[in-house]
Each structure stands twice: as C-alpha cells, then as structure tokens.
Ligand binder design. Structure first.
Ligand SMILES: *[C@@H]1O[C@H](CO)[C@@H](O)[C@H](O)[C@H]1NC(C)=O
Length: 319
C-alpha cells in the first residue's frame, strides 16, 4: 500500500511538472494591485523611498548593488523562516521601492551573476539584522507554496537583468541567519526547471552552486548551472535513498568588483517602527535546515516511523 501511495505521489508530481506554466496575471510595480493573492499579509502597491515598517512584498533582483531578499516582518525568536514563510516582506539594498532597507554593513559578501537562464545573487552576512533569529537554519521561499499562492503569499519579484523591468514568475530564495541565495529565472519554458523549488531542505550550496565568499562584492556574466536535482536522465527527489552531490559551480566571466555595497541611508539595525509583537508560535514547517543538505531521507524516516509506531499503538489498543 505504501508503494502505491508513493507511486501515486510521484506520478502526480511528474504530471504537475509536465504542464506548461500559466500565470493569472503579470504586473509591473506601477500597476500592481493592493494585494495579488488571497490571504496576503502585506501588499504590492508599494510607495517610493523606504520604510523600516513597510509590509511591501515586491522584491527586485537587478544588480549587485540593487537586490532584495525575503525576511520576517517582526523580530524575535518566533520569527524563524519556517514559521514566517507565508508573511515575509521584502528587504532591499536600495531605497526607492517602498520596501524596508537592509542596513549597511549587514551583507559581508555578495555575488550576482546573469546567465542565459537566470539572474542570481548569493552571499553571506549577518541576517539577524533583518529579523532572522540567531542560529536559524532558514528556509526556502518561492511563488508556489502549499496552496499555489506563494511563500510569502502574494510576493512579487521583478528584474531588469534581461532588459526592461519585468515581473519574474519563477524564482526561489533561500535565506538563513548567515547566508542567502536568490535566483530569478528569465521568462521562458525553461524557467520552472531552472528555478525548481521542490528541494526546500537542500540549502543554498546544493540548489545554487555559486561563489559565497565573504569580503567580495561582484557582478558577473556566467553559464547557467545544471538544473537542480537533474542528473543526466535521472531526477533526484528529496527524501530519496541517497543524496547526489551538488552540481559544479558554473564558470563566470566579465566580473566587476566593488569594495562594498551600500545604500547610504544611515538605516540602523533594529530601527523597526512597526508595532512589534513577537510571535511565539512553535509550529514546524516544510521549510527547514538551510546549510545541512542530506536531511530529506531522515525526515522521511521520522515520518514513516511515526506512522508505523502510531499504527502499532492503535493495534495494541484495539487488541
Ligand atoms: C494601496 O491600496 C490600499 C487599498 O486600496 C490603500 O489603502 C493604500 O493607500 C494603497 N497604498 C498606496 C501606496 O497607494
């Protein structure tokens, strides 16, 4: 019975993946509605400038000086990404989008690469400055989520990396207390594969092999990485018996380096003007562990054991 369920689930995943993507709407920041999805915590009709209590859920991935990540709206130990993935807000390097700003000095290494298939930022820093709790292994954000409305719900991503500013429908962002990676895929039939979001416990290094070195701020052209999880003719699924190694870091060229990146706005860490209120939720989530890759099978083993033990106990009670 377990086999047929597994088979059904796999079949469903494969079938769902084979469908070409359809999008209900495409926006620019200038014509985005108040909210783009039901149940959205923030909004998409953002102002200009910046605001450290903004609930704007528009993120940008333009240049190494001009990008955003998703992070919690409120500080506190309950704000681990696994608990807040549905309500993350945009934290950006530059003012002008009506979002929050990443305080200068937070990011200690950033590498932007533009390839034929995507624009991607990878790096390190002290992301506790943007409300990620100390020690949080983080999680994965993407426009699909459990109900198709995205994590965060209603989060929109825009980029000018491929020409005029446009909405990017396929993207994936991992963020933890000390590391981040964000890939936005150029609109094309390849985009769902190149921005695959199902490997949510595999972390940055495995999903987005790239340079994460501290002390370096650079912007390069590059080759596209091999699609995450695809190894020649076989595809790995999280929770499978053995976890394949990360794909190699693709070559890059034409790099421009900067001594640092900053917005110069003098924003201080903890300058949160919104009404604070620390969530103490203890719910667990599918988004987990950012930097330790081979945990999929362990999670599956735990779930399986729980089912078996639960079932056995049930039988004992009945007998
Ligand atoms: C966004 O839309 C809401 C609802 O219509 C409105 O209250 C708010 O003022 C708008 N914000 C901006 C910046 O236009």
């Amino acid at each position: 019975m377990f086999h047929s369920i597994t088979f059904f689930v796999l079949f469903f995943i494969l079938f769902a993946r084979a469908q070409s993507p359809t999008y209900s709407a495409t926006y620019l920041p200038s014509d985005a509605p108040y909210q783009s999805e039901q149940g959205q915590a923030g909004y998409n009709n953002c102002t200009t400038g910046y605001d450290q209590s903004s609930q704007c859920q528009n993120a940008y991935l333009n240049t190494v000086q001009d990008w955003c990540v998703w992070a919690p709206p409120e500080p506190g130990p309950g704000s681990v990404i696994g608990n807040t993935e549905r309500i993350e807000v945009a934290w950006c390097m530059q003012s002008g989008y009506g979002t929050r700003l990443i305080p200068d000095g937070t990011i200690t290494g950033a590498h932007l690469v533009v390839t034929p298939d995507y624009v991607q930022i990878t790096g390190v820093g002290d992301l506790t400055n943007i409300n990620i709790p100390v020690g949080d292994g983080g999680g994965e954000l993407d426009p699909h989520g459990a109900d198709g409305n995205g994590n965060p719900i209603g989060g929109l991503v825009f980029s000018s990396a491929f020409g005029a500013l446009e909405e990017i429908h396929e993207w994936t962002n991992f963020v933890s207390a000390d590391m981040f990676c964000f890939r936005a895929c150029k609109p094309s039939a390849n985009a769902p594969t190149m921005c695959q979001h199902i490997y949510d416990v595999m972390g940055c290094d495995w999903n987005m092999p790239a340079n994460y070195s501290p002390g370096v701020f650079e912007e390069c052209l590059g080759d596209s990485a091999q699609p995450m999880g695809v190894y020649g003719t076989s595809t790995f699924y999280q929770g499978g018996p053995s976890t394949p190694a990360a794909h190699p870091i693709p070559p890059s060229s034409s790099c421009t380096s900067y001594s640092t990146i900053s917005n110069g706005q003098g924003v201080l860490v903890g300058e949160i003007t919104s009404a604070a209120g620390t969530s103490t939720s203890t719910s667990t989530s599918s988004a987990a562990i950012l930097t330790v890759p081979p945990v999929g099978w362990q999670r599956l083993a735990i779930i399986y054991s729980t089912i078996v033990i639960g079932f056995s106990l049930g039988v004992m009670v009945v007998l």
